[in-house]
Design a protein around this ligand. Structure first.
Ligand code: BGC
Length: 731
């Protein structure tokens, strides 16, 4: 494919990105803020206390009340984060007859692995449009909790271990959703980094870790993307539930960041009426499962008991008015109220499906390619052995609240067969059974080995799963809500299978699927080619096949470090995951992910930011220029290989000497660059003041220590191609 063809191929996608950008312009032409606030004041003045209280707690599993006589609609929420959730009726019963199949996008890991904020925007725009078509006002995503440990069961929904990458991707996603006049809901605020005891754990961490690692994504969502809603998490933070945590909500979110939208609880995360009302919870959502099958929403903390407290004068009504004001504000902002009308959304369009494919193509990561086994040479291949239950398994309905009823889902096996057409014989062997406590199955392994021996190439699809039987919740699932993985060992006897297949046919490609790191030590040195495909959405099988056979050049980069073994991960090395007696002390502090591996000189299996390509890139001519508030870094990047491709140029900052502890290096800018063979481009990366700062606990603010800073520019956190240094004096 030449450059012209590359442009043509990506043009429809760029047009897709342009449509919401145009809508963005219309959006800003919406109603004047002062008029809206006046209209809200008038509406509130007409409401009874009972009507106000009804608006600030759930009245069904995913709705809260409106006021019909005043034309205020119910607020309808839906998960999120990678598709619009199937219908649950009003009280949690999955409505199997509903017309709710939609676009199943890749999950958060893969989205972040694209390192492309425009893709984040396109992702959000699809979600927003499908949510609108389904009559939803709020989409419960993005999920942006920091991947502190590779064991967290919800990592698959989340983005990264790095706050800067999280911020950039979340901003794109939120703008994409909200330009469709649907509210995004950034979750789970804050420090919800483990699942197993999420309802009880009290998270204790330093102020510095909070500010530098765990909050920047939320801060960017509020201050840069103007997110309409934030979801308070289940856990406690410094002794108080996060959803009604004075410090997190009143002081930081609404105080420092001036958040004007709605802080809703996670489902069932409110525990105390007065605390919730005073500490900033605006909307209590959830269903107390003990109330099923007929939940009584009047028994919620922010329902009848609150009504009583306000009537008695214990809680001032102005506090309730303020919460109602916030809800009405996001209703005006998303055209649920006011003179502007929402445009119609759409669902299951070819454009949405094309976006799902494009995202998957950009986020699958080539981890290893020795001897250039990949891309597979189609003309030279007559037989392919596809092996592994994950090659033949759908994932859309797994994992918990993020489940999606996919319009269709192309599995790896289907994608490979479709791409190869009739001319190549493709066999399938199950290889292992996704069944609880399953050990290696000798019969399945010998069948797979026999198939691999006969084939020109074997493609193993292995890794994690959401669960065993597509259950919404399954206590034994690996990538699922409410559970954490027990360790990083490959389940179901997959190591035995992989070793046997690699011995039978050295021309074997290993494809990992699932929500992040897995222990590959037993066979990694013998496998010539390894890909990480995550949960790649409804078009995942097609994207994988295109990458395997070279129709698409991989350009994904890891958004998290793959440790060699669990004990190498900082949360585990320093102890305290998931905590002791429901207290988790984050002793790893600011040393999360590569910040730890690089500072403590621990060699990872695959480094943060790592991802190979079928072409090569040359970095040169680094220059820096100082502007008033920033440092601008220029460099040249050239595609020196034989195929078109994209590189993610990563810029890390390191302070040479400092009195304060600083990580070895920190990601502060990046850019994905698309280059045809032989093409070179000058690119510019900008570092603001914040790129040099740390959070000073003593001064309780961001500061930079004057001195020399190294600027490290590379293809991964461990593959630095160019470096320069600058002196930085300002604060
Ligand atoms: C999850 C949230 C989700 C909510 C509604 C909770 O259990 O933690 O992420 O949005 O349920 O389904």
């Amino acid at each position: 494919m030449n450059y012209g063809e590359l442009r043509l191929r990506i043009r429809p996608f760029l047009m897709l990105l342009a449509i919401p950008a145009i809508m963005c312009a219309c959006h800003s032409a919406s109603e004047n803020i002062n008029d809206v606030e006046e209209q809200i004041t008038t509406l509130i003045s007409k409401m009874t206390l009972k009507e106000k209280i009804a608006m600030i707690h759930a009245n069904s599993s995913f709705t809260s009340a409106g006021v019909e006589r005043l034309g205020i609609p119910e607020l309808v929420t839906s998960d999120g984060p990678h598709g619009v959730r199937p219908e649950h009726g009003r009280d949690w019963v999955l409505d199997s007859a509903a017309n709710d199949a939609g676009t199943y996008l890749p999950t958060g890991n893969l989205l972040a692995a694209t390192w492309n904020p425009e893709i984040g925007y396109a992702f959000g725009a699809v979600l927003g449009s499908e949510a609108k078509e389904r009559g939803k006002d709020v989409i419960l995503g993005p999920g942006i909790n920091v991947m502190r440990s590779p064991l967290c069961g919800r990592n698959f929904e989340y983005l990264s271990e790095d706050p800067f990458l999280i911020s950039r991707m979340a901003i794109g996603y939120i703008r994409g959703v909200q330009d469709q006049d649907v509210s995004a809901c950034v979750k789970h605020y804050a420090a919800n980094n483990e699942e197993v005891d999420r309802n009880a754990v009290d998270v204790l961490m330093s102020e510095r870790a909070l500010r530098e690692i765990y909050l920047p994504g939320f801060k960017a969502a509020v201050t840069e993307a103007d997110v309409n809603t934030v979801m308070g998490s289940y856990n406690k933070f410094r002794g108080q539930y996060a959803t009604h945590n004075d410090y997190l909500v009143n002081k930081i979110l609404k105080g420092e960041w001036k958040f004007r939208g709605v802080l809703m609880s996670d489902w069932g995360a409110v525990h105390n009426t007065i605390e919730a009302v005073k500490n900033g919870t605006d909307l209590e959502m959830g269903t107390d499962l003990s109330m099923l099958p007929k939940p009584d929403y009047n028994k919620f903390f922010m329902a009848d008991s609150l009504l009583g407290l306000v009537s008695k004068g214990v809680v001032p009504e102005t506090l309730i008015d303020e919460k109602v004001r916030r809800i009405l504000r996001i209703m005006f902002k998303t055209k649920m109220l006011g003179k502007n009308k929402r445009e119609a959304g759409s669902r299951n369009t070819p454009e949405h499906q094309a976006t799902a494919l494009k995202i998957a193509e950009e986020g699958i990561v080539l981890l290893k390619n020795e001897g250039e086994v990949l891309p597979l040479k189609r003309a030279a291949i007559k037989t392919v052995a596809v092996i592994g239950e994950n090659a033949n398994r759908e994932n859309a309905m797994g994992g918990g609240s993020s489940q999606v009823r996919a319009k269709y889902e192309i599995t790896p096996l289907q994608g490979i067969k479709k791409l190869l057409g009739g001319g190549v014989s493709v066999s399938y062997s199950r290889g292992y059974k996704i069944v609880k406590n399953q050990q290696a199955d000798a019969t399945l392994i010998s069948e797979a080995v026999a198939a691999a021996k006969k084939a020109d190439v074997a493609i193993l699809v292995v890794g994690w799963t959401h669960g065993y039987d597509y259950a919404v919740w399954d206590d034994n699932a690996y990538d699922a809500e409410g559970v954490d993985k027990p360790n990083l060992d490959m389940p179901f006897g997959q190591n035995e299978l992989i070793k046997a297949v690699l011995a039978a046919n050295p021309n074997t490609v290993v494809v990992l699927s699932g929500g992040g790191p897995i222990d590959v030590r037993q066979w990694v040195n013998k496998a010539p080619a390894i890909l990480e495909m995550w949960y790649a959405g409804m078009e995942g099988g097609n994207a994988l096949a295109k990458i395997l056979f070279g129709e698409v050049n991989p350009s994904g980069k890891l958004p998290m470090t793959f440790p060699q073994k669990l004990e190498d991960s900082p949360a585990h090395k320093f102890g305290d995951f998931p905590g002791v007696n429901n207290v988790a002390r984050y002793k790893d502090d600011i040393y999360v992910g590569y910040r730890y591996f690089d500072t403590y000189k621990v060699t990872p299996q695959f480094a943060f930011g790592h991802g190979l390509s079928y072409t090569s890139f040359k970095y040169s001519d680094v220059k820096t220029r100082k502007e008033k508030d920033s440092v601008v870094v220029h460099l040249k990047i050239k595609n020196t290989g034989k195929v078109n491709g994209a590189e993610v140029v990563q810029l890390y900052v390191k302070q040479e000497k400092s009195a304060e502890k600083r990580p070895e290096k920190e990601l502060k800018a990046f850019k994905k660059v698309y280059l045809a063979t032989g093409e070179s481009r000058d690119i510019e990366l900008r570092l603001g003041k914040d790129a040099f700062q740390y959070f000073s606990e003593k001064n309780h603010r961001w500061l930079a220590e004057p001195g020399m800073f190294d600027l490290l520019i590379g293809s991964s956190s461990r593959d630095i191609r160019q470096r320069t240094s600058i002196s930085y004096l300002e604060n």
